[in-house]
Design a protein around this ligand. Sequence first.
Ligand SMILES: Cc1cc2nc3c(=O)[nH]c(=O)nc-3n(C[C@H](O)[C@H](O)[C@H](O)COP(=O)(O)OP(=O)(O)OC[C@H]3O[C@@H](n4cnc5c(N)ncnc54)[C@H](O)[C@@H]3O)c2cc1C
Length: 435
Amino acid sequence: MITDRVAVIGGGYAGFAAAVTLATAGCAVTVFESARTLGGRARRVEAYRITVDNGQHILLGAYAQTLALIRTVHGAGAEPELLDRRRLRLEEPGVFRLSTPALPAPLHLAVALLLARGWSWADRQATIAFMRGLRREHFRCDSALSVGSLLSGQPAAVIRALWEPLCLAALNTPITVASAALFLNVLAAAFGARARDSDLLLPRVDLSSLFPDPAAAYVADRGGEIRKSTMVNGLAARADGVTLRIGYGEERFDAAVLAVGPHQLTHLLFDGGGDPRASQALNQVAAFAYEPIVTAYLKYSTPLELAHPMQKLDGAPGQWVFDRGQLDGPKGLAAVVISTDLPSTRIGHNALARSIDAQLHRLQPSLPAPTWMQVIAERRATYACIAGLARPAPGKIAPRLWLAGDYTDAEFPATLEAATRSGVTAAQALLRESG
Ligand SMILES: Cc1cc2nc3c(=O)[nH]c(=O)nc-3n(C[C@H](O)[C@H](O)[C@H](O)COP(=O)(O)OP(=O)(O)OC[C@H]3O[C@@H](n4cnc5c(N)ncnc54)[C@H](O)[C@@H]3O)c2cc1C
């Protein structure tokens, strides 16, 4: 049977979404992960003997697939211990504040926009009319349209305070080139149905503990196997199964899900083994550009005095600050995030950390000098979600071989939700084929 022995290559959120789906259906799954820590681009790292993440992440209430999988592996009632859920609130102190009240959708957003601080009456009216127009069009637009073009005619103050930071946070791509269609998909998911969908969910645990680690335990409990620190060096997909090259040896599986990052695909598939679907995926991925995300951790001996665990910064150079002390982390630990490739980040890590420290001191002058600072730059954090970009779909790309990964999801930009959706879609397609 095609599902007797299934390999999942890649132990990130996509790989484990596939592995959990397959294990639930009774398959014997083996997950291969080249790193020692599970989670891929969303994983635990140690800094100065404190557990942090390779990058601060935010989830949305609209991450239906990710939240369902978290419930599957942790149990139904675990969310409050794992995630700090709050109604959407965006604030840059002294500049702008938007906070959604406890009202049903879409009223919650309309009222939030109406009461937004820092904008003129005309700005607020224009933004409400803009959102109404998007809703009328069912949040759809031409796939070649950029977010910048979508926003043409919108008030500059609202673009600067709201749309640009949201686009950077969701798509990690500058608004001038970012895909309006994917941006609208995120707006539709967050604001199109229930008020809860626009909630911000901030992890209270590290990103490996949030899903990949318990998912690994779930798979192992169902007869599966997790092979960490094991790099798959190549594969051959044929009508009777998939052979993986591991070290100097080979191992045969009845089927495989390939859930590596887009830039890691070529290493495994080479020329696509002659299958046109694999060759097309390789060609599409070869045209991708990538965007970095920098997270700087700064530890102070006194607590931060932020009113909320997440706050917008002025962009000089940090864009957002997260108070990890309010998220079950150590008191006085700040995580400051900078998305996309900005000139301000193209300096040494020490200089960048010092500049962020100065920025936090402008926000809270009473802060002492940091006891330590650590900058983590993920150079290929996400593919650039550029308007009109052709991407592979999650699904079969060669005999007995299915593709997953954040870059394959049609609806969401490169996010945890895109990753988990793709993993589940690929696994379900595999299961359907086995009958
Ligand atoms: C700094 C940063 C901040 C982010 N912020 C957010 C956020 O706030 N919200 C959000 O939703 N998303 C965010 N993202 C995006 C999110 O982390 C990714 O979209 C998601 O983790 C991608 O998951 P994936 O499983 O598709 O790929 P990956 O996580 O890249 O997983 C692929 C895995 O395959 C393994 N692998 C590769 N090649 C091989 C091989 N040959 N053999 C064995 N294993 C292999 C890799 O080691 C890796 O673990 C952020 C990403 C970064 C880097």
